[in-house]
Write a protein that binds this ligand. Sequence first.
Ligand code: MG
Length: 383
Amino acid sequence: MKTISLIGSTGSIGKQTLDVCRKHGIRVNALAAKSNITLLETQAREFSPEIVCIFEEKHYAELKERLSDTKIKVLCGMDGLCEIASSGKHDLFVNSVVGMVGLLPTLTAIDAGTDIALANKETLVAGGKLVMSSAAKKGVKIFPIDSEHSAIFQCLQGNKREQLRKIILTASGGPFFGKKKSELKNVTVEQALNHPNWSMGNKITIDSATLMNKGLEFIEAHWLFGVAPENIEIVVNRESVLHSAVEFADHSVIGQLGVPDMKIPIQYALLYPERFKCDVKSLSFTDYGTLTFANPDFETFDCLSSCIDAIKRGGAYPCIVNAANEEAVGLFLKREIPFLGIGNIVRAALEHFGEMPAETYSYIIAAENAAREFVKENYTKIK
Ligand code: MG
């Protein structure tokens, strides 16, 4: 049976990853979390990893004290995440942290020649070119955990990549589907956090309400599957039952369907290529009766257009829109900007910067920092 290391273990994907490990007897070599030491301690006592890491260094002493009766090595910070990524004591490195912080551990795992199960979309959005070329050089496989990319990955099994014509990336449309900008002016944090189909962490739930999430996934799909932006189509499936589809040269379309539950893509990434029983409901078409499809509204959900423009422009633009969005979502959650301010900030950042390179980690970080600074200095004027 496999051994994994998991960073981001106390988040939504992390907890479900451990459910899959528990069910299928997958060993856990290392666990890492941002700040939730109570849950991290509980997880550590259950799974007995060799290493745990707490990202926020202020919690390090307390976590070390709490685990002092065990043999578990306690680490902290980015150094800790990278020590886990490079340890080599696992078959699979599972990255489910939120945000740009996931990029360096991913690159470190690739350097160590370790296959990766990736839920951290910012890794590919900001560093797609670097990550994919490094992975190819090292022969490292990247298994997507995101439901859409897992669907595409599943649809491609047994088919030839060069015969792939188009990716059909599905979107739920989020809680504000069908609304126009004039109706979204006064959206509250609580309304934006109320997603109709998926239960997720705060950052990604806001990203789903603005459709930024779909924009990030568009960029991610481009890098993961080597498909040009012109050949990726976004379609809204309100029920989140069709998780994405692919069209081949002969116009045959293959889709992956199932109930909206992240355990299916997580388990597929962890156990690939095996398919064992998964603790989710079986899909009943007649329960749904109808599946509906629609085009996304690019004007209202302008984060989506900004992301597509960013990947078409190339270079560091995807990194810039991603970093600007992280800042903007933080400001919205602190109630410092209105909901529509997020899209305005992302677009302003995209238009503000000239071309910047993104071939190395330091270039990517420079672009990220520049975008964050731009938002911090200008958001009161943009909102
Ligand atoms: Mg997704």
